[in-house]
Design a protein around this ligand. Structure first.
Ligand SMILES: NC(=O)c1ccc[n+]([C@@H]2O[C@H](COP(=O)([O-])OP(=O)(O)OC[C@H]3O[C@@H](n4cnc5c(N)ncnc54)[C@H](OP(=O)(O)O)[C@@H]3O)[C@@H](O)[C@H]2O)c1
Length: 192
């Protein structure tokens, strides 16, 4: 079935689809990375472009784009994934500003580690990042929904994630990179 977006009224767009991949960039699978860019960046941009004009004409609409706390700094051992999420945050905040007063809001949800199918797909079960402080999907979705309804530009669920998002851009970049690299590494077998 082909959906003609000009024949239906879409009030809310949630660009949720996305996936990650771990490993040093020199060794990761390029095909998977290009697919990741297609899903995390290209599809999100295209869908937003497709639905936004109708929303602006109606002076009503809400868009929720899924980024991550990964958006706030580079991500050694997940270089492409972090970069895709930095794009999502930058792009979404920019158009949110352009749309001020238009009746259309654009919100970016930036979760930290969350218990979903994402972890297994990205092969992150053993990483330091997923060792503690993992949030459940319902809590994250609830924060996203509330933020979306308020028209909040950037939504970071959880206190730990908020602190990380605020402090990462301020810290010395080499140190921040080293910390994120450690977070994305597998825990030593003795610590599991
Ligand atoms: N879980 C976390 O720790 C975490 C943290 C920060 C941000 N996020 C972001 O949150 C969003 C949702 O992820 P999740 O945690 O709910 O993971 P998930 O359970 O793996 O769900 C990912 C979703 O993306 C869709 N998807 C993946 N690859 C796709 C492809 N090639 N084409 C079309 N759809 C595709 C999946 O559809 P199918 O089920 O049909 O494959 C699924 O609906 C993602 O953008 C992710 O980057 C997750």
């Amino acid at each position: 079935m082909t959906l003609n977006v000009h024949e239906v009224t879409i009030d809310a767009l949630v660009n949720n689809a996305g996936f990650g991949l771990t490993g040093p960039f020199v060794a990761t699978d390029l095909e998977k990375e290009l697919e990741m860019i297609q899903v995390n960046i290209v599809a999100l941009t295209e869908l937003t472009k497709l639905l936004l004009p109708g929303m602006v004409t109606r002076r009503s609409g809400r868009i929720l784009n899924l980024a991550s706390t990964a958006a706030f700094q580079p991500g050694p051992l997940m270089a492409v994934y972090y970069a895709t999420k930095a794009y999502v945050l930058s792009f979404s905040e920019a158009i949110a500003s352009e749309l001020a007063g238009s009746g259309v809001t654009v919100s970016t949800l930036c979760p930290g580690p969350t218990r979903t199918g994402f972890v297994a797909r990205a092969h992150m079960e053993r990483t330091n990042l997923f060792r503690s402080g993992v949030m459940d999907a319902a809590t994250v979705a609830d924060a996203g929904y509330r933020g979306l309804m308020k028209g909040q530009h950037v939504i970071v669920p959880g206190l730990r994630n908020k602190l990380l998002a605020l402090s990462a851009p301020l810290g010395p970049r080499k140190l921040v990179n080293a910390i994120v690299r450690w977070l994305n590494q597998d825990r030593p077998a003795s610590a599991r």
